[in-house]
Design a protein around this ligand. Structure first.
Ligand SMILES: C[S@@+](CC[C@H](N)C(=O)[O-])C[C@H]1O[C@@H](n2cnc3c(N)ncnc32)[C@H](O)[C@@H]1O
Length: 360
């Protein structure tokens, strides 16, 4: 299970249950798909899913898990390729130098294997779905032996115990059925008609200043393999400085979100948001109510593990303090029938803090 801030792992059963209550929902778009966790659950539930994200690594995850149809893949061939890659001797290259010597994200023995495997992937004669599966396997393997709290803006002073394990390539879970992967800016995607033939659009944008491009710069570089210049203790790509999403900007968020919602053409919209976001529930409701009836479901969760143990700089000092350890996640369902949106969240009523219906 890859470590990813804002991943909706714990919300997935609620999301699939709400979507499952809605009539005639067959085609679904996950507009900010990240790990593709939600998209995978909806694909498993039988939906045709379009998984979109701006990040290169998310696109590869989406090609592997959503667009690739497991029934059409030669799994034995993939296993054989992974075994060959896993047997390669390590070489000292960009990843070892940047992330094991200049920083300490991985132990050198694993960094060297990452270098050898990443170079070899580009030499293989494989389809783009096979390539995405191999890249996903490498990223998941690297994530299992990293020495971070889940974000790549810092690494631990002492090695995390998992960092001394050997990098192990595994075949990621492959799902049967069709789907689509897309790598686009979400606003451009919806304004270009991307949700026209979609029944439900799931919207889970970044809702604070933390840039995914900066927080997951190693995954981005592993996919692009462009060996970028790096800066600072965290050895981030220099282009993280000018690669910020409009959804990471407090002054720009509201306008961008309004534009995004306005552009969505599907019959239903499901929005995830949490209490640490730029918009208060009331403002969100106002924006969403322009599209139809809105039902609001709110759930309390423990914050991600990094927040609970704190963030440390390379000298082992705690940098910043953990403000609170509870995280309230909200789901907003929008549709043009009051009865339908009400019925869809009815089974979750005992866990709901409030259920509010706004007239569109
Ligand atoms: C809260 S995370 C989504 C998490 C996802 N639901 C999951 O469970 O893994 C937000 C995602 O938005 C993506 N993102 C940021 N700006 C974007 C943009 N302008 N267009 C599309 N995706 C964007 C980030 O790369 C990140 O993966």
């Amino acid at each position: 299970m890859i470590k990813y801030i804002g991943s909706k792992r714990t919300l997935v059963p609620t999301i699939t249950s709400v979507v499952g209550q809605l009539p005639d929902v067959h085609r679904v778009c996950d507009l900010f798909t990240g790990t593709t966790r939600v998209a995978q659950a909806l694909k498993r539930a039988g939906c045709h899913v379009v998984a979109n994200d701006i990040a290169s690594y998310s696109y590869e995850f989406a090609l592997a898990a959503i667009e690739a149809d497991a029934r059409r893949l030669d799994v034995e061939r993939l296993r054989a390729i992974l075994a060959r890659l896993a047997a390669l001797p390590g070489v000292e290259g960009y990843y070892t130098r940047t992330f094991c010597e200049e920083a300490r994200y991985f132990q050198p023995k694993n960094g060297q294997r990452i270098d050898a495997i990443r170079d070899a992937i580009d030499e293989l004669s494989v389809t783009r779905h096979e390539r995405a599966i191999l890249l996903t396997s490498l990223i998941l393997a690297a994530d299992r032996v990293d020495s971070t709290t889940g974000v790549q803006m810092a690494y631990l002073k002492g090695w995390a115990p998992r960092a001394s394990n050997d990098l192990e390539l595994r075949l990621p879970e492959l799902l049967p059925g069709p789907g689509d992967a897309s790598r686009d800016d979400a606003i451009r995607f919806v304004e270009g008609g991307g949700t026209r033939d979609i029944d439900l659009t799931y919207v889970d944008p970044p809702y604070n200043q933390h840039s995914y491009f900066g927080n997951y710069h190693i995954w981005e570089s592993l996919v692009r393999h462009d060996l970028p210049e790096a800066y600072g203790i965290a050895r981030k790509r220099t282009d993280t400085r000018d690669n910020r999403s409009v959804f990471n900007s407090s002054p720009k968020f509201r306008e961008a979100f309004e534009r995004l919602i306005r552009g969505i053409e599907s019959r239903f919209i499901l929005v995830s948001f949490n209490n640490e976001g730029y918009l208060a529930d009331g403002h969100l409701l106002d924006i969403l109510a322009r599209k139809g009836f809105v039902a609001h479901l709110s759930v309390d969760f423990k914050r991600y593990v990094g927040a609970q143990i704190g963030i440390f700089n390379p000298s082992g000092q705690k940098v910043g303090k953990v403000s609170h350890l509870r995280n309230r996640e909200s789901l907003f369902l929008v549709g043009d029938s009051k009865e339908v949106v009400q019925q869809a969240i009815e089974p979750h009523r005992p866990g709901a803090e409030q259920i509010r219906l706004a007239l569109g």
